[in-house]
Design a protein around this ligand. Sequence first.
Ligand SMILES: *Cc1c(COP(=O)(O)O)cnc(C)c1O
Length: 385
Amino acid sequence: MAELPAAVTAALAGAARPVCAYVYSRAALRERAAAVRAALPAGWTLLYAVKANGHPDVVRTLARECDGLEVASGGELALARAAGARRIVFGGPAKTDAELRAAVDAGALVNVESAHELRRLAWAAAGRGVTAGVRVNRAAAGPSGSHTMTGTPTPFGVDEAQLPAVLAEARGLGVDVSGFHLHAVSNNLSGAAHAAFVAGAVAWSVATAAAHGVRLRYVNAGGGLGVDHRSTATIDLGELRAGLARVAVPPGVDVVLEPGRLLAADAGWYAAEVLDLKRTHGRWFAVLRGGTHHFRLPAAWGYDHPFTVVPVDDWPHPYPRPEVTGVEVDAVGELCTPRDVLCRAARVDRLRAGDVLVFARTGAYGYDISHHRFLRHPEPEFLVV
Ligand SMILES: *Cc1c(COP(=O)(O)O)cnc(C)c1O
Protein backbone atom coordinates (compact mmCIF):
# COMPACT_ATOMS: atom_id res chain seq x y z
CA MET A 1 0.00 0.00 0.00
CA ALA A 2 1.11 3.56 -0.66
CA GLU A 3 2.31 5.83 2.15
CA LEU A 4 -0.42 7.72 3.95
CA PRO A 5 -0.49 11.43 3.00
CA ALA A 6 0.69 13.68 5.84
CA ALA A 7 -2.71 15.41 5.99
CA VAL A 8 -4.39 12.05 6.62
CA THR A 9 -1.96 11.11 9.40
CA ALA A 10 -2.47 14.55 10.95
CA ALA A 11 -6.26 14.27 10.81
CA LEU A 12 -6.12 10.85 12.47
CA ALA A 13 -3.84 12.16 15.22
CA GLY A 14 -6.63 14.56 16.13
CA ALA A 15 -9.43 11.98 15.94
CA ALA A 16 -11.41 10.93 19.01
CA ARG A 17 -10.17 7.76 20.75
CA PRO A 18 -10.78 4.95 20.20
CA VAL A 19 -10.28 5.96 16.58
CA CYS A 20 -13.05 5.08 14.14
CA ALA A 21 -13.07 7.46 11.19
CA TYR A 22 -13.24 7.96 7.47
CA VAL A 23 -10.79 10.56 6.18
CA TYR A 24 -11.62 12.12 2.80
CA SER A 25 -9.17 14.30 0.87
CA ARG A 26 -10.43 17.08 -1.39
CA ALA A 27 -6.94 17.41 -2.93
CA ALA A 28 -6.95 13.72 -3.90
CA LEU A 29 -10.42 14.12 -5.46
CA ARG A 30 -9.28 17.12 -7.49
CA GLU A 31 -6.13 15.40 -8.63
CA ARG A 32 -7.93 12.28 -9.78
CA ALA A 33 -10.70 14.24 -11.51
CA ALA A 34 -8.04 16.16 -13.47
CA ALA A 35 -6.31 12.90 -14.45
CA VAL A 36 -9.56 11.34 -15.67
CA ARG A 37 -10.50 14.52 -17.53
CA ALA A 38 -7.12 14.48 -19.27
CA ALA A 39 -7.89 10.99 -20.61
CA LEU A 40 -11.09 12.20 -22.35
CA PRO A 41 -11.12 13.85 -25.78
CA ALA A 42 -11.90 17.59 -25.74
CA GLY A 43 -15.60 18.33 -25.51
CA TRP A 44 -16.61 15.05 -23.87
CA THR A 45 -18.59 15.22 -20.65
CA LEU A 46 -17.33 13.92 -17.31
CA LEU A 47 -19.93 13.30 -14.60
CA TYR A 48 -19.35 11.86 -11.13
CA ALA A 49 -21.59 8.95 -10.05
CA VAL A 50 -22.67 10.00 -6.55
CA LYS A 51 -23.42 6.39 -5.55
CA ALA A 52 -19.69 5.83 -4.94
CA ASN A 53 -19.50 8.44 -2.18
CA GLY A 54 -22.33 10.79 -1.24
CA HIS A 55 -20.60 12.73 1.51
CA PRO A 56 -21.71 16.33 0.86
CA ASP A 57 -18.12 17.66 0.78
CA VAL A 58 -17.08 14.95 -1.68
CA VAL A 59 -20.13 15.64 -3.85
CA ARG A 60 -19.53 19.41 -3.76
CA THR A 61 -15.85 19.01 -4.68
CA LEU A 62 -16.57 16.69 -7.60
CA ALA A 63 -19.54 18.77 -8.79
CA ARG A 64 -17.02 21.54 -9.28
CA GLU A 65 -14.25 19.42 -10.83
CA CYS A 66 -16.54 17.48 -13.20
CA ASP A 67 -19.23 18.76 -15.58
CA GLY A 68 -21.99 17.47 -13.34
CA LEU A 69 -23.30 14.52 -11.37
CA GLU A 70 -25.04 11.21 -12.02
CA VAL A 71 -27.61 10.31 -9.38
CA ALA A 72 -29.69 7.20 -8.76
CA SER A 73 -32.24 8.22 -6.14
CA GLY A 74 -34.20 11.19 -4.85
CA GLY A 75 -31.76 11.44 -1.95
CA GLU A 76 -28.82 11.73 -4.32
CA LEU A 77 -30.75 14.19 -6.50
CA ALA A 78 -31.23 16.44 -3.46
CA LEU A 79 -27.51 16.18 -2.67
CA ALA A 80 -26.60 17.06 -6.25
CA ARG A 81 -28.86 20.11 -6.22
CA ALA A 82 -27.41 21.25 -2.89
CA ALA A 83 -23.91 20.82 -4.35
CA GLY A 84 -24.78 23.22 -7.18
CA ALA A 85 -24.23 20.63 -9.93
CA ARG A 86 -24.28 22.27 -13.35
CA ARG A 87 -25.73 19.16 -14.91
CA ILE A 88 -27.60 16.19 -13.41
CA VAL A 89 -28.34 12.83 -15.00
CA PHE A 90 -30.75 10.51 -13.15
CA GLY A 91 -30.52 6.73 -13.65
CA GLY A 92 -31.52 3.61 -11.78
CA PRO A 93 -34.30 1.06 -12.28
CA ALA A 94 -36.48 1.83 -9.22
CA LYS A 95 -37.54 5.44 -9.54
CA THR A 96 -40.72 6.46 -7.73
CA ASP A 97 -43.25 8.95 -9.14
CA ALA A 98 -42.04 11.52 -6.61
CA GLU A 99 -38.44 11.03 -7.75
CA LEU A 100 -39.41 11.40 -11.42
CA ARG A 101 -41.29 14.62 -10.65
CA ALA A 102 -38.33 15.96 -8.65
CA ALA A 103 -36.00 15.12 -11.56
CA VAL A 104 -38.20 16.97 -14.06
CA ASP A 105 -38.44 19.96 -11.68
CA ALA A 106 -34.63 19.97 -11.28
CA GLY A 107 -34.08 19.89 -15.04
CA ALA A 108 -32.21 16.58 -14.71
CA LEU A 109 -31.93 14.29 -17.71
CA VAL A 110 -33.68 11.03 -16.84
CA ASN A 111 -32.34 7.77 -18.21
CA VAL A 112 -35.50 5.74 -18.64
CA GLU A 113 -35.08 2.10 -17.65
CA SER A 114 -38.36 0.49 -18.84
CA ALA A 115 -41.53 1.12 -20.85
CA HIS A 116 -43.48 1.54 -17.61
CA GLU A 117 -41.01 4.13 -16.39
CA LEU A 118 -41.26 5.98 -19.71
CA ARG A 119 -45.06 6.25 -19.26
CA ARG A 120 -44.63 7.44 -15.69
CA LEU A 121 -42.05 10.04 -16.76
CA ALA A 122 -44.43 11.40 -19.41
CA TRP A 123 -47.14 11.56 -16.75
CA ALA A 124 -44.79 13.21 -14.22
CA ALA A 125 -43.85 15.84 -16.81
CA ALA A 126 -47.57 16.71 -17.01
CA GLY A 127 -47.48 18.26 -20.47
CA ARG A 128 -44.10 19.98 -20.02
CA GLY A 129 -41.78 18.92 -22.83
CA VAL A 130 -39.36 16.35 -21.48
CA THR A 131 -36.14 14.98 -22.94
CA ALA A 132 -34.86 11.59 -21.85
CA GLY A 133 -32.17 9.05 -22.49
CA VAL A 134 -33.10 5.39 -22.77
CA ARG A 135 -30.94 2.95 -20.89
CA VAL A 136 -30.44 -0.18 -22.97
CA ASN A 137 -29.40 -3.68 -22.00
CA ARG A 138 -27.73 -4.54 -25.26
CA ALA A 139 -27.90 -7.94 -26.90
CA ALA A 140 -24.11 -8.25 -27.03
CA ALA A 141 -22.09 -9.04 -23.91
CA GLY A 142 -20.38 -6.12 -22.18
CA PRO A 143 -16.71 -5.86 -21.23
CA SER A 144 -15.46 -7.84 -18.24
CA GLY A 145 -15.18 -6.43 -14.74
CA SER A 146 -16.52 -7.08 -11.25
CA HIS A 147 -20.19 -6.80 -12.29
CA THR A 148 -21.66 -6.91 -15.79
CA MET A 149 -24.99 -5.25 -16.40
CA THR A 150 -25.59 -5.80 -20.08
CA GLY A 151 -25.79 -8.70 -22.53
CA THR A 152 -27.17 -10.72 -19.64
CA PRO A 153 -30.45 -10.71 -17.65
CA THR A 154 -30.40 -7.78 -15.17
CA PRO A 155 -32.93 -5.26 -13.83
CA PHE A 156 -31.07 -2.46 -15.68
CA GLY A 157 -32.37 -0.86 -18.84
CA VAL A 158 -34.66 -1.82 -21.71
CA ASP A 159 -33.90 -5.08 -23.47
CA GLU A 160 -32.48 -4.26 -26.91
CA ALA A 161 -35.21 -6.36 -28.55
CA GLN A 162 -37.89 -4.15 -26.94
CA LEU A 163 -36.18 -0.87 -27.84
CA PRO A 164 -38.06 -0.18 -31.13
CA ALA A 165 -41.40 -0.46 -29.31
CA VAL A 166 -40.21 1.80 -26.48
CA LEU A 167 -38.92 4.43 -28.93
CA ALA A 168 -42.22 4.37 -30.82
CA GLU A 169 -44.12 4.75 -27.57
CA ALA A 170 -41.89 7.69 -26.54
CA ARG A 171 -42.83 9.48 -29.76
CA GLY A 172 -46.51 8.89 -29.04
CA LEU A 173 -46.12 10.26 -25.50
CA GLY A 174 -44.21 13.35 -26.64
CA VAL A 175 -40.99 12.35 -24.84
CA ASP A 176 -37.95 13.55 -26.79
CA VAL A 177 -35.36 10.76 -26.74
CA SER A 178 -31.93 12.35 -27.11
CA GLY A 179 -29.91 9.16 -26.98
CA PHE A 180 -28.85 6.14 -25.00
CA HIS A 181 -27.37 5.18 -21.69
CA LEU A 182 -25.21 2.08 -21.91
CA HIS A 183 -23.48 1.68 -18.51
CA ALA A 184 -22.42 -1.94 -18.70
CA VAL A 185 -19.60 -2.80 -16.35
CA SER A 186 -18.12 -2.15 -12.95
CA ASN A 187 -14.42 -2.06 -12.16
CA ASN A 188 -12.89 -2.64 -15.58
CA LEU A 189 -9.12 -2.65 -15.11
CA SER A 190 -8.19 -2.59 -18.82
CA GLY A 191 -7.93 0.88 -20.38
CA ALA A 192 -7.80 -0.56 -23.89
CA ALA A 193 -10.85 -2.77 -23.32
CA HIS A 194 -12.77 0.14 -21.82
CA ALA A 195 -11.94 2.43 -24.74
CA ALA A 196 -13.10 -0.31 -27.12
CA PHE A 197 -16.34 -0.59 -25.15
CA VAL A 198 -16.93 3.18 -25.41
CA ALA A 199 -16.16 3.13 -29.14
CA GLY A 200 -18.67 0.31 -29.54
CA ALA A 201 -21.26 2.20 -27.50
CA VAL A 202 -20.95 5.25 -29.76
CA ALA A 203 -21.08 3.20 -32.97
CA TRP A 204 -24.06 1.19 -31.74
CA SER A 205 -25.88 4.40 -30.73
CA VAL A 206 -25.29 6.03 -34.12
CA ALA A 207 -26.58 2.94 -35.97
CA THR A 208 -29.54 2.42 -33.65
CA ALA A 209 -30.57 6.07 -33.76
CA ALA A 210 -30.45 6.02 -37.56
CA ALA A 211 -32.47 2.80 -37.73
CA HIS A 212 -35.25 4.13 -35.47
CA GLY A 213 -35.44 7.82 -36.42
CA VAL A 214 -33.85 9.14 -33.20
CA ARG A 215 -32.04 12.49 -33.54
CA LEU A 216 -28.93 11.44 -31.61
CA ARG A 217 -27.45 14.03 -29.24
CA TYR A 218 -26.43 11.93 -26.24
CA VAL A 219 -24.39 8.77 -25.70
CA ASN A 220 -23.72 7.88 -22.08
CA ALA A 221 -21.16 5.10 -21.71
CA GLY A 222 -21.59 5.02 -17.92
CA GLY A 223 -18.85 4.37 -15.40
CA GLY A 224 -16.87 1.26 -14.65
CA LEU A 225 -13.30 2.59 -14.67
CA GLY A 226 -11.61 0.22 -12.27
CA VAL A 227 -9.33 0.18 -9.26
CA ASP A 228 -8.01 -2.98 -7.65
CA HIS A 229 -8.93 -2.62 -3.99
CA ARG A 230 -6.32 -5.24 -3.04
CA SER A 231 -3.38 -3.34 -4.53
CA THR A 232 -2.46 0.10 -5.87
CA ALA A 233 -3.33 -0.79 -9.49
CA THR A 234 -5.90 1.22 -11.42
CA ILE A 235 -7.15 1.20 -14.98
CA ASP A 236 -4.35 2.58 -17.21
CA LEU A 237 -5.50 6.10 -18.09
CA GLY A 238 -2.83 6.46 -20.79
CA GLU A 239 -4.20 3.41 -22.55
CA LEU A 240 -7.74 4.71 -22.10
CA ARG A 241 -6.79 8.10 -23.55
CA ALA A 242 -5.07 6.54 -26.57
CA GLY A 243 -8.14 4.39 -27.26
CA LEU A 244 -10.71 7.17 -26.74
CA ALA A 245 -8.80 9.54 -29.03
CA ARG A 246 -9.67 7.21 -31.92
CA VAL A 247 -13.44 7.13 -31.26
CA ALA A 248 -15.39 8.70 -34.12
CA VAL A 249 -18.12 10.97 -32.72
CA PRO A 250 -20.58 12.64 -35.11
CA PRO A 251 -21.02 16.41 -34.62
CA GLY A 252 -23.69 17.39 -32.10
CA VAL A 253 -23.34 14.21 -30.05
CA ASP A 254 -22.40 14.62 -26.39
CA VAL A 255 -20.43 11.61 -25.18
CA VAL A 256 -20.71 11.18 -21.41
CA LEU A 257 -18.64 9.13 -18.99
CA GLU A 258 -19.81 8.93 -15.39
CA PRO A 259 -17.29 7.08 -13.23
CA GLY A 260 -17.71 6.79 -9.49
CA ARG A 261 -15.12 4.38 -8.15
CA LEU A 262 -12.06 5.75 -9.95
CA LEU A 263 -12.82 9.36 -8.96
CA ALA A 264 -13.39 8.69 -5.27
CA ALA A 265 -11.61 5.47 -4.22
CA ASP A 266 -8.16 6.92 -3.55
CA ALA A 267 -9.53 9.98 -1.75
CA GLY A 268 -10.72 7.98 1.26
CA TRP A 269 -9.16 6.09 4.18
CA TYR A 270 -11.05 4.09 6.81
CA ALA A 271 -9.29 4.02 10.16
CA ALA A 272 -10.16 1.75 13.07
CA GLU A 273 -8.34 1.38 16.39
CA VAL A 274 -7.34 -2.04 17.70
CA LEU A 275 -9.38 -2.63 20.86
CA ASP A 276 -8.10 -6.13 21.58
CA LEU A 277 -5.57 -8.65 20.34
CA LYS A 278 -6.26 -12.28 21.07
CA ARG A 279 -5.46 -15.79 19.97
CA THR A 280 -8.04 -18.56 19.74
CA HIS A 281 -7.51 -22.04 18.25
CA GLY A 282 -4.11 -20.94 16.99
CA ARG A 283 -5.26 -17.82 15.13
CA TRP A 284 -4.63 -14.14 15.99
CA PHE A 285 -7.48 -11.63 15.90
CA ALA A 286 -7.22 -7.85 15.98
CA VAL A 287 -10.63 -6.65 17.18
CA LEU A 288 -11.43 -3.18 15.85
CA ARG A 289 -13.59 -0.21 16.80
CA GLY A 290 -15.47 -0.47 13.52
CA GLY A 291 -16.18 -3.20 10.98
CA THR A 292 -18.26 -4.28 8.03
CA HIS A 293 -21.22 -2.08 9.04
CA HIS A 294 -19.00 0.90 8.14
CA PHE A 295 -16.95 -0.72 5.40
CA ARG A 296 -18.85 -3.49 3.70
CA LEU A 297 -16.94 -3.93 0.45
CA PRO A 298 -14.62 -6.81 1.54
CA ALA A 299 -17.58 -8.75 2.95
CA ALA A 300 -19.76 -7.97 -0.10
CA TRP A 301 -17.09 -8.95 -2.60
CA GLY A 302 -15.42 -11.67 -0.55
CA TYR A 303 -11.83 -10.41 -0.54
CA ASP A 304 -9.27 -9.25 2.02
CA HIS A 305 -8.77 -5.48 2.08
CA PRO A 306 -5.15 -4.61 2.92
CA PHE A 307 -4.32 -2.16 5.69
CA THR A 308 -1.44 -0.12 7.08
CA VAL A 309 -0.63 -0.13 10.79
CA VAL A 310 -0.34 3.37 12.22
CA PRO A 311 1.55 2.94 15.50
CA VAL A 312 0.21 4.95 18.42
CA ASP A 313 2.90 5.06 21.11
CA ASP A 314 0.78 6.75 23.74
CA TRP A 315 -0.61 4.17 26.25
CA PRO A 316 -2.16 5.96 29.20
CA HIS A 317 -3.66 2.86 30.85
CA PRO A 318 -2.48 1.19 34.09
CA TYR A 319 -2.90 -2.36 32.67
CA PRO A 320 -0.42 -4.07 30.31
CA ARG A 321 -0.63 -3.44 26.57
CA PRO A 322 -1.35 -6.47 24.32
CA GLU A 323 1.24 -6.76 21.53
CA VAL A 324 2.21 -9.21 18.78
CA THR A 325 5.22 -9.25 16.47
CA GLY A 326 5.74 -11.08 13.19
CA VAL A 327 2.41 -12.90 13.07
CA GLU A 328 -0.62 -13.14 10.79
CA VAL A 329 -3.79 -11.55 12.15
CA ASP A 330 -7.41 -11.39 11.09
CA ALA A 331 -8.70 -7.81 11.27
CA VAL A 332 -12.24 -8.18 12.56
CA GLY A 333 -14.96 -5.72 13.52
CA GLU A 334 -17.01 -5.02 16.60
CA LEU A 335 -20.12 -6.88 15.44
CA CYS A 336 -21.02 -10.14 17.17
CA THR A 337 -20.93 -12.23 14.00
CA PRO A 338 -18.03 -14.25 12.60
CA ARG A 339 -18.68 -12.59 9.22
CA ASP A 340 -17.50 -9.20 10.44
CA VAL A 341 -14.05 -9.57 8.83
CA LEU A 342 -12.18 -6.90 6.87
CA CYS A 343 -8.95 -8.78 6.21
CA ARG A 344 -7.79 -12.33 6.92
CA ALA A 345 -4.26 -13.56 7.65
CA ALA A 346 -2.48 -10.24 7.21
CA ARG A 347 1.19 -10.31 8.20
CA VAL A 348 2.11 -7.60 10.72
CA ASP A 349 5.62 -6.79 11.95
CA ARG A 350 4.28 -5.36 15.18
CA LEU A 351 0.74 -4.64 16.32
CA ARG A 352 -0.50 -3.41 19.67
CA ALA A 353 -3.86 -2.65 21.19
CA GLY A 354 -4.28 1.10 20.70
CA ASP A 355 -2.59 1.10 17.26
CA VAL A 356 -4.78 2.12 14.33
CA LEU A 357 -5.39 0.12 11.16
CA VAL A 358 -5.87 2.31 8.10
CA PHE A 359 -7.61 0.85 5.05
CA ALA A 360 -6.74 2.89 1.94
CA ARG A 361 -8.82 3.05 -1.26
CA THR A 362 -12.03 3.27 0.74
CA GLY A 363 -13.27 6.58 -0.68
CA ALA A 364 -15.61 4.74 -3.08
CA TYR A 365 -18.18 2.12 -2.07
CA GLY A 366 -16.94 2.28 1.51
CA TYR A 367 -19.39 3.84 3.95
CA ASP A 368 -21.83 4.51 1.12
CA ILE A 369 -22.69 0.87 0.43
CA SER A 370 -22.83 0.02 4.09
CA HIS A 371 -26.43 -0.51 3.68
CA HIS A 372 -28.45 2.11 5.54
CA ARG A 373 -26.85 4.78 3.37
CA PHE A 374 -26.77 2.97 0.01
CA LEU A 375 -28.03 5.50 -2.59
CA ARG A 376 -29.43 7.68 0.24
CA HIS A 377 -32.85 6.10 -0.11
CA PRO A 378 -35.26 6.82 2.75
CA GLU A 379 -35.26 4.30 5.61
CA PRO A 380 -38.11 1.81 5.90
CA GLU A 381 -40.95 2.58 8.26
CA PHE A 382 -41.04 0.58 11.47
CA LEU A 383 -44.64 -0.44 12.11
CA VAL A 384 -45.03 -1.86 15.61
CA VAL A 385 -48.33 -3.69 16.15
C1 LIG B 1 -22.71 2.66 -10.41
C2 LIG B 1 -22.94 3.41 -11.65
C3 LIG B 1 -21.95 4.24 -12.18
C4 LIG B 1 -20.56 4.34 -11.58
O1 LIG B 1 -19.89 3.14 -11.71
P1 LIG B 1 -18.36 3.01 -11.25
O2 LIG B 1 -18.07 1.58 -11.42
O3 LIG B 1 -18.29 3.46 -9.83
O4 LIG B 1 -17.56 3.89 -12.13
C5 LIG B 1 -22.24 4.97 -13.31
N1 LIG B 1 -23.46 4.88 -13.90
C6 LIG B 1 -24.44 4.10 -13.42
C7 LIG B 1 -25.74 4.05 -14.11
C8 LIG B 1 -24.21 3.33 -12.29
O5 LIG B 1 -25.19 2.54 -11.81
